[in-house]
Design a binder for this molecule. Structure first.
Ligand code: GLN
Length: 534
């Protein structure tokens, strides 16, 4: 079958959950047997989100091929159980960078380089590149931002052109918001009508309108939206607030989103298998059915914004569901933790030490780790979390009071965490990190070897600093072992403390690869320890 392209745009407001709608549709099409991928177009000028502050944009997600990506790619992977790559995410910045590079190379042969056609051609080329691989029946493209913004215009124009060129192989879903005026007890469709008008003004007639709402939308109102916005009645779909994002695919199934998409793209719905969501439903049942709570503290420095540690939250919630527990996750600002108040952590069954950059909040993380180590509270250190575990151990157990990472103290005499030689030579902040999947050999007899139940794994990285090897032997003699090693570089990827219920630090980010159908073994094991520990 020829590849079909589905576009998801948004109107009225940002943060309506375009990513979740795209991922839910992808899930439904996939469960009908189609090969699906999803890509995100981001209208900002940053070449990638790697240099964005998590407070502004939420977590930076990392693909296996080492691309620093928008966090929506995390949803795509978690929902579809697929791997995404660099090609699944592009920003305005990268599009311009490519075009300017081509211009410098002389590729445009003396032409004036313009937004139309050069920028739009570059965007179209990027959108269709996934389909051209022949690996996908459906390519879903989520366009970031809100229709009507200056920034997203070239993306919308590219979509307009592609629809014109592809005809029925293309379909546009527009997601809007229907506010509820409490005083008048009324839902309002006017913002939707205006937003559809904006889209039409840019030359695009949506095929499907998804209405995000906090209340049921009556049939009459759907009819009105259909009439005013030129869409079929069954193509007006409500997306009501759900108790969990993982319920949205089922809500969309009930609303018939996938059926309308099949019809709009010229497929005969009756000849396509029904969606098989058996394992998805089994997960959801556990997630929604769990009564007993598991209380976990997430110690990090970006705690005000939920999205800043999105993948960790999701990985923990997968693991909790599979252990029949309801996740009760409390974010604790590491800056606020000190020797006097660290006792507050005794209220939690487990502690996760978050990744991070820069020295703000590091001393608080060290306090939390010491408390977990000494009081035998299960503790999971991720990336900088692992580095802090090593620093704390070097200070308190090995007795090197000034042990540190050179990221926080360049002149420490005990550089337990340091830059590798190659990294010392690079100065470019956006591009000097160890990024993407690297192999890791698990030591025979180690705890992690048992947890993963295999010898060699691949996990995703995003960091500059590494554990300094010269301390490995001494750490081992005192019970902290390097149990995962990169077979090519010899770098330490995992540390684990013996004689502790669960004290494991990973230099990589296991949270990126936990999906609904394949929860991550380390998170599962951590959770299992919490729920079985007395
Ligand atoms: N700042 C640390 C490093 O660059 C850890 C990074 C992280 O936690 N992702 O090595």
């Amino acid at each position: 079958m020829e590849t079909k392209y589905i576009f998801v745009t948004g109107g009225v407001s940002s943060s309506l959950g375009k990513g979740i709608i795209a991922a839910s549709l992808g899930k439904l099409l996939q469960s009908r047997g189609f090969r699906v991928t999803i890509q995100k177009l981001d209208p900002y000028i940053n070449v990638d989100p790697g240099t964005l502050n998590p407070y502004e944009h939420g977590e930076c997600y990392v693909t296996v091929d080492g691309h620093e990506a928008d966090l929506d790619l995390g949803h795509y992977e978690r929902f579809l159980n697929i791997e995404t790559h660099k090609t699944n995410n592009i920003t305005t910045g990268r599009i311009y960078q490519n075009v300017i590079e081509k211009e410098r190379r002389g590729d445009y042969l003396g032409k004036t380089v313009q937004i139309i056609p050069h920028i739009t051609d570059e965007i179209k080329e990027h959108i269709t590149s996934l389909g051209k691989t022949g690996q996908f029946d459906f390519v879903i493209t989520e366009i970031g931002g809100t229709v009507g913004d200056i920034e997203s215009l070239p993306f919308i124009e590219s979509m307009r052109q592609l629809r014109w060129e592809m005809g029925r192989n293309c379909c546009c879903i527009h997601l809007t918001y229907v506010p509820y005026l409490a005083a008048a007890k009324e839902l309002k469709t006017k913002p939707t009508q205006h937003s559809v008008k904006d889209l039409q003004q840019e030359g695009v007639q949506p095929d499907i309108i998804v209405l995000r709402t906090e209340h049921e939308i009556p049939t009459e109102m759907r009819r009105k939206v259909a009439l005013f916005c030129n869409v079929d009645e069954d193509a007006v779909i409500q997306s009501i607030d759900a108790s969990t994002i993982y319920r949205v695919p089922l809500n969309m199934l009930e609303e018939g989103l996938d059926r309308v998409v099949l019809r709009k793209t010229g497929l005969d719905v009756s000849s396509v298998p029904e969606a098989d969501l058996a394992s998805w439903n089994a997960f959801l049942k556990k997630l929604e059915g769990a009564q007993e709570e598991v209380k976990i503290a997430l110690v990090g420095k970006y705690v005000q914004l939920q999205d800043a540690y999105k993948s960790i939250r999701e990985a923990l919630s997968h693991a909790a569901a599979y252990n029949n527990r309801k996740l009760n996750l409390t974010s604790i600002l590491s800056d606020d933790i000190n020797a006097e108040n660290v006792q507050q952590l005794a209220d939690f069954q487990g502690i996760v030490i978050a990744p991070g950059f820069g020295n703000r909040g590091v001393e608080g993380k060290l306090q939390a780790i010491r408390f977990a180590r000494e009081n035998k509270i299960p503790c999971f250190g991720i990336c900088m979390g692992m580095q802090c575990m090593a620093i704390e151990f070097a200070r308190d157990v090995l007795g090197y009071a000034d042990a540190n990472s050179t990221e926080f103290d360049e002149h420490t005499t005990h550089n337990i965490i340091d830059l590798m030689e190659a990294q010392k030579r690079t100065i470019n902040k956006g591009g000097s990190m160890r990024l993407g999947a690297y192999p890791c050999q698990l030591k025979e007899g180690s705890r992690v070897r048992k947890i993963y139940a295999c010898e060699k794994i691949q996990e995703r990285h995003r960091h500059r600093y590494e554990l300094n090897h010269s301390y490995q032997q001494e750490m081992k003699e005192h019970g902290l072992i390097c149990s995962g090693i990169n077979p090519d570089s010899g770098l330490t990827e995992i540390i684990e403390l013996q004689d502790h219920p669960w004290f494991i630090g990973t230099q990589f980010h296991p949270e990126y690869s936990s999906t609904v159908l394949h929860p991550h073994p380390l998170f599962l094991s951590f959770m299992q320890t919490l729920v079985t520990k007395k």
